[in-house]
Design a protein. Structure first.
Length: 196
């Protein structure tokens, strides 16, 4: 594509948006080129680890869970396209392949938890993080909700408490992760570990 064609396409684009193309072209003269570090906000990303103890491997624990959340977000990104876009077999197969790759990477990454930390240190610093738990991952809960019907997220005890024609609110009231942290006799939370 020639320079002239590129400029014509830019002018057409901004005219269609009701904008002045010359303003954008002048802006390009002063815009700083972007680099990798700024684009992925590496400074911010690498400053998000805030250990609560002096155990060095706690930082590994934090990073592992942050990476896991990013992978789960990638999965949600693909699932949303499957849910909201018109069905196209080629696109579905591509998205399912991506989801399989992300899942395999998550499964393989668990070795970081298994071998990447001192076992005794982990068992000590982990108690200082109570009641925080990976079980509280909202991103994981989104994946569950996207991937199955709500009634499949109700445990056997919860199913006995559902009315005959349950509403969406009824399902959410008895969804397994809420059920796990609630004493049904007293109505009080047993633990915050399971709270979402």
């Amino acid at each position: 594509m020639s320079k002239e064609q590129i400029i014509n396409d830019i002018e057409t684009k901004y005219q269609q948006l009701g904008e002045n193309p010359e303003t954008y072209l002048k802006g390009l003269l002063h815009a700083k080129p972007i680099n990798y570090w700024d684009y992925v906000e590496a400074d911010t990303l690498l400053s998000l680890q805030k250990p609560r103890t002096n155990f060095k491997d706690e930082e590994i624990f934090i990073m592992y869970h942050q990476v896991t959340e990013l992978f789960l977000k990638m999965m949600v990104h693909e699932i949303k396209q499957l849910v909201y876009e018109p069905f196209n077999e080629t696109i579905w197969l591509e998205k399912l392949d991506r989801l399989n790759r992300y899942t395999n990477m998550l499964i393989g990454s668990f070795d970081v938890m298994k071998y990447g930390m001192n076992y005794d240190d982990y068992n000590t610093f982990r108690s200082s993080l109570t009641p925080a738990s990976g079980f509280q991952s909202v991103t994981f809960r989104l994946i569950e909700i996207y991937c199955t019907r709500l009634e499949n997220l109700i445990n056997e005890d919860g199913k006995t408490r559902l009315p005959n024609n349950p509403s969406t609110a009824d399902f959410f009231e008895h969804i397994y992760w809420k059920d796990a942290g609630l004493n049904r006799k007293t109505g009080k939370k047993v633990t915050y570990t399971y709270t979402v």
